[in-house]
Design a protein around this ligand. Structure first.
Ligand SMILES: *Cc1c(COP(=O)(O)O)cnc(C)c1O
Length: 411
């Protein structure tokens, strides 16, 4: 703890792996978070939305690998008062880190876990009519009233299925949705849907998305025509995630739920490049050179002899592997890390905790030097979106797999 600057250490329960100014000098592999970039992205996304629309940042999956406590703490400091998580345990974790404001659980919660919603002041998504009945039964139960004698209602947002068929009461079930709005014990504070194809630019995706939006607003209008059941001022409407915010501006939304764009990226490299300058990547991923080896022509390195030197080659061992979340499939296709601002190709199989790179063309490499897996080094940079493309996945998956062993520090 000696190297920690107490004055900039704001999260009382933060650990060594998620602190404001942990000295990286002894770290094996770590994530650097640019709070400037995060603040920029918040301002940019806000500028695309109607003034009264509140950002409800999605910090599920440890804030897409960035560190949920760190990210939500900074967003709280910026005045953001609503967050989305995937499950109750993620909400509990945020409360333990003193995150204030509304925390909406986007996913299903089993009735046995409903007491945690009360205990940690979490807002549950009603995933369908049956789930609403279970939530209402819990909210009205004698055991709950023993704990909460003031009978305060349980806050929920209703998920509406407008075509994705993942979660939500079907939009055509207006009568059931009206019933959810008036169930005892529940206070419906939001109603939302999720756009399943907002990232697609083809005609089919655009039509599908516009249809989802139409269905959602038709339902909202229908409910507004029944004012006794629909407490309109308290029910905030939202349906855009990152691509929805960027591509489907809507005048009549109360909140928006950006995930990947908040972190300065989009799901693939082409989309991310198209937003360069508007969105700024928040995360850099770094590790260290552990050792150098000289190979003669014909010598192999790493597991399974997957790499054989064609000529005399200098290789370096780098202190990060697939257990840190770097996909093992990156082994195959000439992906590089940055050393001294130059690209050193990954060779052989990525190991659980280490990987090997070819540094023949980069003189002066020695143990302890910093290798950049994602981010800028000198004139060169590697985007998380490029890495995701290289291993056939999307940025969201790559980032959300970055593991707990990595230290996370804010710059
Ligand atoms: C994950 C998620 C989001 C955020 O999605 P991005 O594409 O990362 O912006 C928003 N809403 C729901 C319901 C989600 O599950």
């Amino acid at each position: 703890m000696n190297n920690m600057d107490i004055t900039s250490f704001t999260y009382s329960e933060a650990t060594l792996s998620e602190t404001a100014s942990w000295d990286t000098s002894r770290s094996r592999a770590w994530i650097e978070i640019s709070l400037d970039a995060l603040r920029h992205n918040v301002r940019y996304l806000q500028s695309l939305l109607p003034t009264r629309c509140a950002l409800m940042p999605v910090v599920k999956a440890n804030a897409y690998g960035h560190g949920a406590g760190l990210i939500a703490g900074e967003l709280n400091a910026l005045g953001i008062r609503s967050f989305c998580v995937a499950c109750v345990s993620e909400g509990v974790e945020l409360r333990r880190r003193h995150i204030a404001g509304e925390i909406l659980v986007l996913g299903y919660t089993h009735p046995d876990q409903f007491p945690l919603l009360d205990q940690y002041a979490l807002t549950q998504t009603v995933v369908d009519h049956a789930h609403a009945l279970a939530l209402s039964a819990y909210a009205c139960s004698a055991s709950r009233h023993a704990l909460r004698p003031n009978h305060s209602p349980l806050p929920v947002h209703i998920a509406v299925d407008t075509g994705m068929h993942r979660l939500g009461e079907p939009a055509e079930h207006a009568a059931q949705i009206r019933e959810i709005l008036s169930l005892p014990g529940l206070q419906v504070t939001g109603m939302y849907s999720h756009l399943a194809a907002a990232g697609g630019t083809d005609a089919a995706s655009r039509n599908f998305t516009k249809n989802q939006i139409d269905i959602f607003y038709q339902l909202a209008a229908q409910l507004k025509n029944c004012p006794d059941e629909y407490v309109a001022p308290h029910v905030r409407l939202h349906l855009q995630a990152s691509y929805g915010i960027l591509r489907y501006p809507l005048p009549d939304v109360d909140c928006a739920r950006p995930g990947i764009a908040l972190y300065g990226l989009l799901s693939n490299a082409a989309d991310t490049r198209a937003c360069a300058g508007k969105l700024r990547p928040v995360l850099s991923l770094r590790a260290r050179v552990a050792a150098i080896h000289q190979l003669s022509a014909g010598e192999s390195a790493g597991y399974d002899m997957a790499y054989t030197a064609a000529r005399p080659t200098t290789i370096a061992t780098v202190t990060i592997g697939y257990a840190d979340g770097l996909p093992r499939s990156l082994s195959e296709d000439g992906t590089a890390v940055l050393l001294h601002g130059r690209r050193a190709p990954i060779i052989g199989r990525i190991c659980m905790d280490q990987l090997l790179v070819d540094v023949t063309a980069i003189p002066g490499i020695h143990p302890g030097q910093i290798a950049t897996l994602i981010g800028q080094d000198g004139q060169e940079s590697i985007s998380a979106a490029d890495l995701a493309d290289a291993c056939g996945t999307i940025t969201n998956e790559l980032l959300s797999c970055l593991g707990p062993r990595l230290e996370r520090l804010a710059l």
